[in-house]
Design a protein around this ligand. Structure first.
Ligand code: PLP
Length: 355
């Protein structure tokens, strides 16, 4: 068995991959592949309906929100959010906590006025800024709940009177959130939801149609909500596998239960990083991500040998992103705690050899 600590795309449980591969050959005994069945059939419409229902149930989405699956990844949301929510003459507030946050604000600047309320860029994004104010006349406040590359996570969201927008691409469904605190949540599917190709958007209905801007239909949330995620041909396979994966999550007890597991996985690995003299974490302790654990070695010359040592034990995907170096162990919902223990054992055995 491979222990896949890779950051994506699409880390799902084996059983979900099995069901998905079966549906490629014969979807629900229709004799047709999920890839060829018309998306306008009741069979596929029920896939979209169930996916939406599962999102609603698992995240406890209150009334007054719409749930849609779009294409273009989280990156297209960097543009769609300001196009739809930022009227001319107003300003949007952004918190700069990493490369994805800074890409989001770069795209927003193309559409309108952006006010970066705080940034941890100078510290290579090793912490989440907490000392800032969001101007009360902002059209919205944009945050990134988990900074996939740097390994920081926001555990508290500021109370603000303006709509809170959050890119939750890499930690949605990993922990309990209060959707009612947010005006809009978006997430590329490819971490805890399903295969790349679909993007989940949860938007408060009262924010629809508010920018006063004439938008191309595909980029207009209102058009997409009215079309029930089927304004055009939806990413059928990605939505179908997302549905299977959300069923799996429900069968595991839902988000609160998986959160407990994610806390246990992260705690075990961070404890080892802090205990083992060869390794050290890269982020401020209180902001450490449970999804992406970034760490380096005290002696950088040992990093390549450790990578090889780990690979020989079927531990893959732990090489750090080039902007941080060292290692990044991504621990999405599908990664079993046994894999985390395998990594910890490898760190201990390696340290034993390099005393
Ligand atoms: N936002 C976050 C937090 C991410 O981790 C990523 C990709 O990993 C993105 C945005 C970009 O997502 P996409 O490739 O779906 O555009």
């Amino acid at each position: 068995m491979k222990h896949n600590f890779g950051p994506g795309p699409c880390i799902l449980p084996q059983e979900v991959f099995k069901q998905a591969s079966q549906a490629v050959l014969n979807f629900n005994d229709t004799g047709l592949s999920i890839l060829e069945i018309s998306h306008r059939t009741p069979e596929f419409e029920s896939v979209v309906d169930e996916s939406v229902r599962l999102v609603k149930e698992l995240l406890n989405v209150p009334e007054g929100y719409s749930i849609i699956f779009l294409q273009g990844g989280a990156s297209l949301q960097f543009s769609m959010v300001p196009m739809n929510l930022l009227p001319d003459g107003k300003s949007a507030a952004y918190l700069d906590t990493g490369v994805w946050a800074s890409k989001a604000l770069k795209e927003a600047k193309i559409i309108g006025n952006v006010n970066v309320v705080a940034s941890s860029k100078e510290a290579n994004y090793t912490f989440i800024p907490k000392d800032f104010e969001v101007p009360a006349d902002s059209a919205y406040f944009h945050t990134t709940s988990n900074n996939t590359i740097y390994g920081t996570e926001m555990y508290e969201f500021p109370k603000t009177s303006v709509p809170l927008v959050c890119d939750m691409s890499s930690d949605i469904f990993s922990r309990v959130i209060n959707v009612a605190d947010f005006g809009l949540i978006y997430a590329g599917a490819q971490k805890n939801i399903g295969p790349a190709g679909a993007t989940l958007v949860i938007v408060k209905d009262e924010l629809l149609d508010k920018s006063g801007r004439k938008l191309p239909s595909m980029l207009d949330y209102k058009v997409q909500v009215d079309g029930g995620s089927m304004y055009n041909t939806p990413p059928v396979f990605s939505i179908y596998v997302s549905m299977l994966n959300l069923r799996w999550l429900k069968s595991k007890g839902g988000v609160a239960d998986i959160e407990k597991e994610n806390i246990a996985k992260a705690r075990a690995l961070y404890e080892e990083i802090d205990r083992n003299p060869l390794f050290k974490g890269t982020c401020k302790v209180e902001d450490r991500s449970r999804m992406n654990v970034c760490f380096v070695m005290e002696n950088p010359e040992l990093e390549k040998p450790f990578l090889k040592f780990a690979e020989d034990r079927d531990i893959i995907g732990i090489k750090g992103h080039r902007s941080v170096g060292g290692f990044r162990a991504s621990m999405y919902n599908a990664l079993p705690i046994t894999s985390v223990h395998t990594l910890i054992d490898a760190m201990q055995d390696f340290a034993e050899k390099h005393k």
